[in-house]
Each structure stands twice: as structure tokens, then as C-alpha cells.
Design a protein around this ligand. Structure first.
Ligand code: NDP
Ligand code: HSE
Length: 415
């Protein structure tokens, strides 16, 4: 019998406990031994849980118990998860987690501590919920140079955008439903402002390129400024709006990485990924495009990935799994102003011709977009080609200087 502990009994942690109880036989045949949930750490009591007798509020019970070999961390947040994880790894226990905030911020250090203590630190659930992506990227695609990763990495925002696009639902109502379904972060600002997707693209970039990419260095925008009017313009241009996390390494080794809402052409594989589903495209130099798709959030999909890591640790109690990247203080991230993208710009102006002329002289050919019932003074443009984002920002300032009110500036993804 292998004793495990679960830290956190919220959406994910309760799912981990449930799968271990309900899939006992399946887990036994995968591991060859029974998994026993010896402790569940949480701040609250859960008297109705079938494992009510296993709850503790004292982390020391877990770290000091030599029988506990694997710990699933599903508390979320940086502290005390960071401190607890370090202490568990130093005690030689393997840790698995769904906590992408922690992995994105301290992954390199925690992987090093795991290595030094011959323990495993696994985090399949930290990106894409139930979608297998960490193992495939680090193992199955290991022979490739990864040219690009792009994806819909946040279930909450994809759910909100789908409700807005398909049902015309308002932002606040859609967010409330996502929270009720257990998709959103404790503080949903992390979802809607893009920080959660940023943490995930940082984890994927760190894994693909072998050096830690810190979220603070990555340009991040959320979906809070997206309106139904933008959605209509996107539809008339043959696109849908999605929150995209993307990274690619440019010639010379600079990494172009960021998170932003984008117009995604309806022909793209990412365009039809709706609701809580995520989709991640990995472009390998040998494989070409490989796309991963599935539920990106929610209790059982996420817990499924956590339990898979528990199984892996249980099978490798004495052998370390080779998931690793090095810490790096190197500044190899391309400044946002230098990155290239096509753009959609929506303005209110009394002089549409002057605005058109300003944009064409700054950004080259632009197309004028339309939507039904647009007010007389509203106009939207799309650049025909990719432009430097810094040049686009200058053009936006020039529009403002000539009296235009700039309402929206959204990237048009080449996806
Ligand atoms: P929840 O808030 O539902 O669950 C967290 C649980 O941990 C709560 O019961 C909380 O108690 C408890 N907890 C928090 N701090 C402590 C502490 N110091 N000691 C003991 N217990 C503590 O979050 P989720 O389950 O949704 O998410 C957990 C992690 O998984 C997060 O990192 C999240 O980003 C990640 N994740 C979530 C997914 C989802 O679909 N929900 C999907 C993929 C990843 P209390 O409520 O009293 O604070
Ligand atoms: N809040 C996250 C999301 C949970 O909506 O994608 C899964 O990581």
C-alpha cells in the first residue's frame, strides 16, 4: 500500500480524493499496489466526506509521516504552497500539483530541489486541465525543435467569450456561471486579465526551451475590454475572438511571448474550441503542427491529470522522472514593441478619411471593416499585413492627436 496526502479539498483536491476512491481497482492495476489517502489537509472541516476521518489542519502531520510518499498539492496560491512543497521535497516525498502559479514562479527551483532529493515534482494538471500536454511536450515531442506554441489556455475566459459570441450574454453573467462551475480562480482577475494564461504559456515555454520564463517578464492582456461590437466586427472579417497565449523563438534567439485577445480566423484549428475547452498547438520542426484539445478546467478533468501524476510517482518512488528546466535570469524576451502582428483598430471619429490616411501612411495597406447598426462616427480597420506593435502604438497616438477616440486595438492572429 502506498500512502498519499492531498493538500486542499476544494474543486481539484476533492476530485483527486473522489477519483482515488471511485477508481480503486483501475489504480491498483496501474500501480500494482493500493493507494491510500492517509491525510487531507484543509482549513475547513468536511464532516460529510467519506474520508472525514483523514482530515487534518496541521501540515506537520504530513511532512513528518515517513509513510507518506506522494503528496498532491491543490491548495493554490504561492504561500504556503511554496514553503510546503519545498519541505516535502526536501523530506524526499514526491509532490504533484495543479498549481500553475507556483510552477510558473518557482518551477526551476522546485525541480532542482526535487532532483537534489531524488524525488519527483510533476505538474501535468497545471496547463490545460485534463489535457495531456506536459508529458507529450517533454517526452513525445522531445526530438523536435519547437518552433512555436500557441493556444487557448484558460477555460474561464474561453467560456465567457463563447457565451458572449454564441448567446450574446453579458460578461458579468458569463463569469458568474464559470465561477459556479468551478472553472475560475479564487480571484477571477487572474483569469480575465490573462495572468492565468500567462502562467501556463510560461510553463510551456520553460519546458520547450529549457530555461525558466518568468510571468512578470511577459506582456499580458485580458478580455475585459472586449465588447460585443468587437465580436461583430470579427465575425464579419471571418474571425472569432479568443484569448491566446503564444511563444516562438525568433532568429537570433529572442523569444516572442505574450498573452492577448486575438482575432482568430475561422479556418484555424483554434477557432472552434469553445466553452471550457482548451486547445494547444505545438509546431515542431519534425512533426509540423500537433494540436491538443480537451477540457481545460473543472473538477474531474483536472483531478484526472493530478491522479495520473500520483500514479507516475507511485511507479517511480526511487527513480526521478526527467522533467526539468534550468533557472535563468537571462533577458531573452523580445520587447512587445518589436513583436509583429496584424491589427484591428476601432475608433470613433468625425473624419474617417483622415484616420484612414494616418493608418495607411504609418502601417501600410489597411482594410475598412463593417458591422450592422454601427453609429455614423464609428469605423474599424484591419492592417493587411503584420506590423511592428510599436509602430501600431505610434499610429494609435497619431489618431488620438487628430481627435479620434480609440476604442479597441486587437491583434489579428496568424494561426
Ligand atoms: P479551491 O479554492 O476550490 O480549493 C483550494 C482548497 O485549498 C480550499 O478548500 C482551500 O480552503 C484550501 N486551502 C487553501 N489554503 C490552504 C492552507 N493554507 N491550508 C489548507 N488548505 C488550504 O481551488 P481549486 O481546487 O479550484 O484550485 C486549486 C489549484 O488548482 C489552484 O492552483 C488552481 O489554479 C488549480 N487549478 C484549478 C482548476 C479548476 O478547474 N478549478 C483547473 C486546473 C488547475 P478555503 O476554501 O477555506 O480557503
Ligand atoms: N481558472 C483556470 C481556467 C483553471 O479557467 O482555465 C484551469 O487552470
Amino acid at each position: 500500500m502506498i500512502s498519499v496526502a492531498i493538500m486542499g479539498h476544494g474543486v481539484v483536491g476533492s476530485g483527486v480524493d473522489e477519483i482515488i476512491r471511485t477508481h480503486k481497482d483501475r489504480l491498483f492495476s496501474a500501480i500494482g499496489e493500493e493507494l491510500d489517502v492517509k491525510y487531507i489537509l484543509d482549513l475547513r472541516d468536511f464532516p460529510d466526506s467519506p474520508h472525514a476521518d483523514r482530515f487534518t489542519k496541521n501540515f506537520e502531520d504530513i511532512v513528518n509521516d515517513v509513510e507518506v510518499r506522494v503528496v498532491a498539492e491543490a491548495m493554490g496560491g504561492l504561500n504556503p504552497a511554496y514553503d510546503y512543497t519545498k519541505r516535502l521535497l526536501k523530506a524526499g516525498k514526491s509532490v504533484v500539483t495543479s498549481n500553475k502559479e507556483l510552477v510558473a514562479q518557482h518551477g526551476a527551483e522546485l525541480l532542482q530541489i526535487a532532483k537534489d532529493n531524488n524525488a519527483n515534482y510533476l505538474f501535468e494538471a497545471s496547463v490545460g486541465g485534463g489535457i495531456p500536454i506536459i508529458r507529450p511536450l517533454s517526452k513525445c515531442l522531445a526530438a523536435n525543435n519547437v518552433d512555436e506554441i500557441a493556444g487557448i489556455l484558460n477555460g474561464t475566459t474561453n467560456f465567457i467569450l463563447t457565451k458572449m459570441i454564441a448567446e450574446g450574454m453579458g460578461f458579468d453573467e458569463a463569469l458568474k456561471i464559470a465561477q459556479e462551475l468551478g472553472y475560475a480562480e479564487k480571484d477571477p482577475t487572474a483569469d480575465v486579465e490573462g495572468h492565468d494564461a500567462c502562467r501556463k504559456i510560461c510553463i510551456l515555454a520553460s519546458l520547450a526551451y529549457g530555461k525558466h520564463v518568468y510571468p512578470d517578464n511577459v506582456h499580458t492582456e485580458g478580455i475585459t475590454k472586449i465588447t460585443l461590437e468587437d465580436v461583430q466586427y470579427a465575425a464579419n472579417y471571418g474571425c472569432v475572438i479568443k484569448l491566446i497565449g503564444r511563444c516562438k523563438v525568433e532568429e537570433g534567439g529572442m523569444m516572442d511571448i505574450g498573452v492577448a485577445p486575438m482575432f482568430v480566423p475561422c479556418s484555424s484549428q483554434l477557432a472552434n474550441i469553445n466553452d471550457v475547452f482548451n486547445g494547444i498547438m505545438v509546431r515542431g520542426d519534425c512533426t509540423g503542427d500537433v494540436v491538443f484539445y480537451g477540457k481545460g478546467a473543472g473538477k474531474l478533468p483536472t483531478a484526472s491529470a493530478v491522479v495520473a501524476d500520483v500514479i507516475d510517482c507511485a511507479l517511480h518512488l526511487k527513480r526521478r522522472k526527467l522533467i526539468f528546466w534550468a533557472d535563468s535570469k537571462e533577458q531573452n524576451i523580445l520587447p512587445m514593441e518589436e513583436s509583429k502582428t496584424a491589427l484591428y483598430i476601432r475608433i470613433n471619429t468625425e473624419d474617417k478619411e483622415a484616420a484612414y490616411n494616418t493608418l495607411t501612411s504609418a502601417l501600410g495597406e489597411v482594410k475598412t471593416l463593417s458591422r450592422v447598426d454601427a453609429p455614423e462616427n464609428e469605423v474599424a480597420f484591419a492592417t493587411a499585413n503584420e506590423v511592428k506593435y510599436g509602430d501600431a502604438l505610434n499610429a494609435v497616438e497619431a489618431l488620438k492627436a487628430q481627435g479620434a477616440e480609440v476604442i479597441s486595438v486587437i491583434r489579428i492572429g496568424n494561426l
